[in-house]
Design a protein around this ligand. Structure first.
Ligand SMILES: [Zn+2]
Ligand SMILES: [Zn+2]
Length: 252
């Protein structure tokens, strides 16, 4: 099993020291994780300590370590995205949509964006960005593809066509979907993506990774009983892996 989207530095919470990385590895090992990918937010790029990562990778025998990065996808910020995505010898690049019109949609303390937009329009703008991110060719993985549901603010109208269109774009792009258990810890209380959305990806042959999006050691692989049941019920029998941008797979 793998946990391929998590944060050690998180939001500047702790340094990326060998000890801190190994603490994550220990929890991962205890929870049956064989490969763990560290994917800091790109705005904390300067806090990624490559030497510490490499030493931890050598010292971690039970858990294979990978280095990725989570790029905050913003149309118009191509220069920043390209710079961050090529700054270090990553194994893979996650592109995540956190914003509509440059503004974050997942800020617990400030949900005013949900007042300013009609909910359906906000969803349309969000998924338009998700399609752009997938088709941009910049990313190997698309992070938490339905983050917009985080606060349980759902449109009245059926969004199935917009999800289908998004799944089409993802399938066309060849990116891998992040099945991310962090939603279980948020008001929405469910995994990203929702089951019907994940089924759309499965029907189109889109591969997946599994992740906890941990921002602390105790969150590594958190929620995996539910993630494993979900992906298995939908039909998935393997997860994608990456090394030096080469995609492989592991059985579930
Ligand atoms: Zn994210
Ligand atoms: Zn993340």
């Amino acid at each position: 099993m793998i946990d391929y989207h998590l944060h050690v530095v998180a939001h500047g919470d702790r340094p990326m020291s060998v000890e801190n990385i190994l603490e994550y590895c220990e929890v991962a090992h205890g929870r049956g994780i064989r490969q763990m990918g560290i994917t800091e937010h790109d705005r904390y790029l300067d806090e990624i300590d490559l030497a510490a990562f490499q030493e931890a990778r050598e010292r971690s025998h039970d858990v294979g370590l990978r280095l990725g990065i989570e790029i905050d996808f913003v149309p118009g910020a191509e220069e920043r995205m390209d710079r961050d995505a090529s700054a270090l010898p990553y194994d893979y690049i996650i592109g995540s949509v956190h914003r509509v019109d440059g503004e974050e949609v997942d800020r617990a303390g400030d949900q005013r964006i949900y007042e300013r937009y009609e909910t359906y329009d906000l969803y349309e703008a969000y998924y338009a960005n998700v399609r752009k991110a997938a088709l941009s060719g910049r990313f190997e993985v698309l992070g938490h593809p339905d983050l917009i549901k985080i606060f349980r603010r759902f449109p009245d109208r059926d969004i199935t066509p917009m999800l289908e269109e998004t799944a089409d774009a993802v399938a066309e792009s060849g990116v891998v979907i992040d099945v991310n258990a962090a939603g279980l810890r948020k008001p929405v209380g469910e995994i990203y993506p929702a089951r019907d959305f994940l089924e759309m990806f499965y029907r189109r042959g889109v591969p997946i990774i599994l992740s906890s999006d941990a921002h602390a050691p105790e969150e590594v692989a958190m929620g995996y009983e539910k993630s494993l049941k979900l992906v298995h019920d939908v039909g998935y029998r393997e997860v994608a892996t990456f090394k030096d941008h080469e995609r492989g797979s592991l059985p579930l």
